[in-house]
Design a protein around this ligand. Sequence first.
Ligand SMILES: Nc1ncnc2c1ncn2[C@@H]1O[C@H](COP(=O)(O)OP(=O)(O)OP(=O)(O)O)[C@@H](O)[C@H]1O
Ligand SMILES: [Mg+2]
Length: 227
Amino acid sequence: MESAVKACGIVKSYRMGSNSIDVLRGVDFEMRSGEWIALLGSSGSGKTTLLNIVAGLERPDAGTLHVDGVDTGRRSKPELNRFRRRHIGIVFQAYYLVPELDTTENVMLPALVDGKGRREARSRAEELLCMVGLKERMRHRPLDLSGGEQQRAAIARALVNSPSMLLADEPTGNLDSRTGEQVLQTISLMRKDGLAKTILMVTHNSDVAALADRTVHLKDGVVQESA
Ligand SMILES: Nc1ncnc2c1ncn2[C@@H]1O[C@H](COP(=O)(O)OP(=O)(O)OP(=O)(O)O)[C@@H](O)[C@H]1O
Ligand SMILES: [Mg+2]
């Protein structure tokens, strides 16, 4: 089956003064198209670092990375930005909605940045907001939404350009367990509807991991797989 992500020998260190922190020490990791993978590991093990590298937000010091068949190491920053906009949706623990814009405008934003017209962007945003259960919240500003609603708006925003992959970094980390459950159900639903086909989700929660097809552990700078 086609690979959505193929990472070979990914190395990443951070320098802090004269010290170097070797976070990723040769990560080999593959995701098939359509797979949902839960990425686990203790705090500081490099989960966010790996997710950011897959997203093209950070570059590895060594190793190769193919996303949707594209060798991202060979792309310039503007090319990577365009690639990310179209291929990858990202959801973080914090929602990062723009407070001055209403919910619909927030969801439209990546579509407008990608050059879509306002009418097309708005209708796509409204369609997605209905799907994530925010039909009655489209004109609200982010601060007038609950945390769970803000995260569902962030999921709609991540999917507005119909990416093939959703990357999520502890998407339920700021939510109580019931609200977190609703956010996960939303992600499952999006996947069933053919959006968010391939999912890489960082989590500390084994219940969340149980939803995934496969669990991957980061430990001592390398990936350790378990069924
Ligand atoms: N920009 C940076 N500069 C220096 N060190 C960094 C930077 N980003 C991450 N680190 C360090 O790299 C290590 C891995 O960080 P990372 O955020 O990837 O961990 P994580 O597994 O996501 O942890 P958590 O579960 O707490 O979110 C940590 O020791 C962190 O302090
Ligand atoms: Mg992290």
